[in-house]
Ligand binder design. Sequence first.
Ligand code: BES
Ligand code: MN
Ligand code: MN
Length: 456
Amino acid sequence: MQEIKKYVADHKQRFLDELFELLRFPSVSADPQYKEEVLKTADFVAQKLRDAGADKVEVCPTAGYPIVYGEKIIDPGKPTVLVYGHYDVQPADPLELWHTPPFEPTIRDEKIYARGACDDKGQFYMHVKAFELMMQTNGLPCNIKFMIEGEEEVGSNNLGTFVQQNKERLKSDVVLISDTAMISMENPSLETGLRGLSYLEVEVTGPNRDLHSGVYGGAVANPATILCQLIASLHDENNRITIPGFYDDVLELSQTERDALNRAPFDLEDYKKDLAIEEIWGEKGYSTIERTGTRPTLEVNGIWGGYIGEGAKTVLPSKASAKISMRLVPNQQSDKITKLFKDHFEKIAPKYVKVKVTPHHGGEPVVTPTDSVAYRAAQKAIAESFGKEPIPTRGGGSIPIVALFEKELGIKTVLMGFGLDSDNLHSPNEKYDIANYYKGIETIPLFHKYFAELSK
Ligand code: BES
Ligand code: MN
Ligand code: MN
């Protein structure tokens, strides 16, 4: 541990400078306008892996953005850790809400502000620097493989094919991912599950053209009004989702499991204060921890139609649309839920409009084992570097690759994230605490050490 701390202390500034370089690339995978920048980011990551000592580094083309691969095999007889991360980021808009530009990383109050600071550039880059540290201090105790992709934020559509075509190359004993959050520096935690996702778009069409709202209003159904009514009907008075069959496959937790999860520290007053809300909302009968970790949800991510420019325009829109996501829990399946939604939405649409449901992408929910060698290694690593045993939690977000690795390669994942829920992922002013960045770089070599030791 002393040697690790010393190496980090000796290279502190450079570790930060390199992360800043990485954060300056606007690698927004959702927006084709950034294509060149996304490609440049992949090259940058590949070069940093080479510099750190990785072999066989390759920027592997896919039908979309490339996957960066690299490895260091010290002894085929030793266990292998596959590190997964993503170099793409979410769009930065709304830009006017950022206090400093999203792709000009800035430090304020010991925090790095930039798009991707936490999700996931700051987090995956800790693994690159921890790898460098292990190489330079002769401390790499097991084989390591890196797979850093560029399409996570848009659904990892080309990753399945890559994994299928590279089974031998990716063969490993565990997948290690830092792309989730922990409770706090004082209460370190390990996520032991992620939710799945079904994402789709709905379009409601009324009259064949936009109409004068005075001439036609009141006599022709307004698609925006109908869309709102349809969406509102998707939750009942207990905030449960009304799609028939939606909860059929949901694995209910035992009271013991629920009690264990609810023992995690959580302060409702702080939560409300942080979000500036008077009251919380959610499915009746469940705590906030359960609502965000173990229960499925349906959310509108965006809704539009009609005139949204400056000033007023009196118009009855021809169309209105919304983007809807459903977070899924074990044992729900994204394809099945997408179909249930589509059938239901088409069925409840009134005669005076037409509806169209277009599925986007999905991902399956997972729970990760807590009785494995890898999980114990993560527990020991965190206990040593934070001085406190990690608390197991369930994450509300989704990383579709986790279920895919399990299905295609039969490998389980350890989610050792160092972010915080308050890091503003996908929001303006995304940040990552400098302390968490360095703490991660110190903790990761301990994971490899204990994983190698406990695997013997
Ligand atoms: N890193 C997040 C997922 C995450 C965040 C998990 C916080 C746990 C806690 C990831 O980059 C992400 O945003 N995933 C998307 C899904 C994807 C298919 C677009 C998500 O969860 O919305
Ligand atoms: Mn992420
Ligand atoms: Mn994300």
